[in-house]
Design a protein around this ligand. Sequence first.
Ligand code: ADP
Ligand code: MG
Length: 187
Amino acid sequence: MPLIIICGIPSSGKTTRAKQITQYFLNRFSTQEKIGNVHLINDESLGITKDSYRDTRVEEKKARASLISAVERLVSKEDVVIADGMNYIKGYRYQLYCIARAVGTPHCVIYCGTPIEIAREWNSNRGEEGYEATIFDELVSRFEEPDDRNRWDSPLFTVLYDDPVPSYDGIWDAIIVKKAKPPNLST
Ligand code: ADP
Ligand code: MG
């Protein structure tokens, strides 16, 4: 089943959304006739600390590699995998997309479109749990916004920061219902 790629700047609410989406899928799986499991992969589940982002050459690369290998291990036709990370490099999202394509499963991208100043405020409210100000700024400046004209960034869903619990029905329709459709014979 599908790979859901989350992206967004630090403290833009990615993990909060990833947990909502996990709950949404589990609810729909239990009330509908579909059966599926949901795997949520993020820094917390991989044991990656925020200090990794201090060292962009080595430590952060390792963190990205461990997310990629977790996705490779878990992506299957049976389960939904949520890659909850910044996923801020275009080429990296492309790599994730290729993993889904290789197993013949749909993917989509969820962008937490939280304005920088709001994310900065949420980040400072986290205290010790948050990113240091300089790391925060650096990650923000490196962020490559998703663009749904690229096949690896499409379908793209932007989640607005002031929507407490958005409807995730569109995501379900795009990646679960799509799969159930017969192949397009009109071409
Ligand atoms: P990320 O995974 O992008 O770093 P989190 O989901 O962990 O972000 O959220 C960062 C901080 O912002 C957390 O302390 C969280 O409680 C808070 N937060 C997340 N979403 C919202 C929201 N919609 N409104 C207010 N605070 C939020
Ligand atoms: Mg997070």
